[in-house]
Design a protein around this ligand. Sequence first.
Ligand code: HEM
Length: 256
Amino acid sequence: MSGVQPGLLERNHFLLRRLHSLSGVIPIGAFLINHLLANSLTPTPAAFNEEVEWIHGLPYLVFIEFGMIFLPLAFHAGYGVVIAMQAKHNVQAYGYADNYRFTLQRVSGWIAAVFIVVHLLHFRFAGLVGGTSYPDVVHDGATPYGAAYAGFQSFLPLALWMIIYAIGIVASVYHFANGMCTFCITWGITVGNRSRRAVSIAMTGLALVLLFFGFRGLYGMSSNFEAGQTDSHGLPADLAEHRGDLGHDTRPGEQG
Ligand code: HEM
């Protein structure tokens, strides 16, 4: 009898791999589609404010946010790092497309992991790095667009934010679209070369649509900027007059 007992991760390897695979599609992949689509449909400050107002009106928002987004994402990213560290890359020996895709899946996962942390610290949890969190700025009476606008003027120049977001969007979209192809293999949805090729083509189409959504949202945010026109809170002067528009005197989850 061997004296080395398998660890917790090895003993639950199959279940963890399946949960990792599933979480990449539902809810994280579904959220990614929704997030990019919603941002692309709100190219003007008024549309952006309306959309965020709707989201902030959802009941039990904190539970939705943590239970359906942050926790699954933390699991997928955490176990994804474990998988990525175990990978044996062999593109130098076998330069086939599938080997490159295998490596790119992991590289894009690493980039997405860093980007998502930056994105969360930039807006949702800016308070942790000495800034003002987006919900707090909105809570103080700024419009959501004004708060997002201020975020793109904090810490770094706008051009650098745009580059960081462009890289993050490309990596996340590639990771999701290529991940959908491997997901179909993992779950036995595509078994032959023909079906795998058909899914690859469909996912290339999906990736292009998602990239369009992502870059349209980014353009909508950057093109409404007029550098230097901010008030003492770092909010855009032309939007400061809309403070309180939404009538938020409480934050989601703080009613009553
Ligand atoms: C934008 C957020 C993300 C989405 C939408 C997403 C989605 C997916 C999907 C759909 C898969 C395919 C699952 C399968 O092959 O069955 C996958 C695989 C993978 N993800 Fe993510 N993911 C995200 C973020 C991350 C992060 C932050 C990491 C951290 C490194 C990561 C690491 C991985 C790894 C290593 C795989 C390959 C697993 C394998 O080959 O078995 N992912 N992801």
